[in-house]
Design a protein around this ligand. Structure first.
Ligand code: LLP
Length: 384
């Protein structure tokens, strides 16, 4: 459970991100233990949080990284992640990004289309190297999550559709500078029902046979990320149940001898260790509602505005007495700049500190400068 050192927060400029580094450590240790039980390989999805201190800590656990841009790759390599643990995904890899991957001999390019495969082949030919690739296959499995973060359906832009696969594989066979490694999947994010992953496993089992019948052995299977966290009760189980998560793959995915299983975990690693700390600027009596206006807005944490995501809001002043109903909003000139509607909270007063919980994933990385806003600060539990 995250304990907030509110006395120490008093003189700090708000809003800022506050990271509970012991929770991060405990989460990483748990993931390591549970994944090692089965010999699974973990790549941290840098897109979830690319903060240097967080990355450095993750690096110490010997995880690989999943990057979606040249700059993510560059940063991960600079901070000490070995190139042999880097996988590189994304539907729109540019030439310089592919060249950077080739130059560093990264573990794998997760390829999303035939057009991309052809470009990688050509760039690899130019430098006389074989590019290691996994084909990202769109398994048409529904992740039952918000439509903006569902990625594994036929209608999404991601991956190679099953109907295209034959053609891609036949072309790939002719490419001398491509080394086929295996299959890659990612069906969506914030998935809390493990049955969705079971469905993915069953789909993969079928696809394996498809490849093997064509005399291609997928040496690695990468199932992406997507494991969800509890946004409503962040202290209930701050470390997601990786035991059950990994067990689904152990139980339902038919791994062949010499086959490796890889994961790209983002949110489940870092969401619960991050909090956005803000101050109440004003309490405004509206016609029908009472608003608590914070100094943090959608520029600091865009998830509620973009995905109607709800993050638990806590008044750190924690006053006794009856709860009061508020719409908790930010200062930006947009109606979507709201963190929660009709929330019953301890009474709020100007100057109160408020914690917006579970903000460690897709929080700081998605900060914008809209309205020429300053970036939020960053503090860590072990140095504040
Ligand atoms: N691998 C691939 C190919 C991905 O596209 C993603 C996330 C991940 C791994 C990591 O997924 P995770 O374990 O974090 O669910 N900004 C949105 C989430 C976007 C996720 C994009 N892809 C949000 O705040 O909910």
């Amino acid at each position: 459970m995250t304990i907030f050192p509110t006395e120490k927060f008093k003189d700090l400029r708000t809003p800022f991100y506050y990271y509970d580094m012991s929770l991060l450590e405990e989460t990483l240790a748990f993931i390591k233990r549970e994944s090692q039980r089965y010999g699974f390989h973990i790549h941290y999805a840098v897109k979830a949080n690319a903060n240097d201190r967080i990355l450095e800590r993750i690096c110490q656990y010997d995880f690989g990284v999943d990057c979606v841009s040249g700059n993510e790759m560059k940063k991960a390599l600079e901070l000490g992640f070995p190139p042999g643990g880097v996988v590189f995904a994304g539907v729109g890899k540019t030439d310089w990004e592919i060249e950077m991957g080739l130059e560093n001999d990264i573990a794998c390019f997760n390829v999303e289309s035939l057009a991309e495969l052809e470009v990688i082949h050509e760039l690899a030919r130019k430098v006389g190297k074989k590019a290691r690739v996994a084909l990202r296959i769109n398994p048409n499995v529904n992740a039952n999550t918000h439509h903006y973060i569902t990625t594994g359906l036929d209608e999404n832009k991601f991956g190679i559709g099953i109907s295209e696969l034959e053609k891609v594989v036949e072309e790939m066979r002719q490419m001398k500078y491509i080394q086929f490694q295996g299959m890659h999947f990612h069906i969506g994010s914030q998935i809390t029902d493990l049955d969705n992953f079971k469905e993915l496993c069953l789909r993969i089992n079928e696809l394996q046979e498809w490849f093997i019948s064509r005399h291609l052995f997928p040496r690695l299977i990468n199932v992406g990320g997507g494991f969800g966290v509890d946004y409503h009760d962040p202290d209930g189980m701050p470390i997601p149940d990786f035991y059950s998560y990994f067990k689904v793959f152990k139980d339902f995915l038919e791994l062949k001898p010499d086959q490796e299983l890889h994961f790209e975990l983002g949110r489940s690693v870092v969401a619960q260790c991050g909090n956005l700390i803000s101050r109440v600027l004003y309490v405004k009596e509206g016609v029908k509602k009472r608003f608590a206006i914070l100094d943090a807005g959608m520029t600091d944490l865009i998830r509620p505005a973009l995905y109607q995501a709800s993050h638990k809001i806590e008044n750190l002043a924690d006053r006794d007495g009856e709860k009061v109903r508020y719409d908790v909003v930010g200062p930006i000139c947009e109606s979507s700049d709201s963190f929660g509607k009709a929330l019953d909270l301890p009474e709020m007063k100007r100057g109160d500190l408020v914690a917006i919980r579970s903000a460690g994933a897709y929080g700081e990385v998605m900060v914008s400068h809209y309205n020429l806003r300053k970036e939020p600060g960053t503090y860590y539990s072990d140095t504040v």
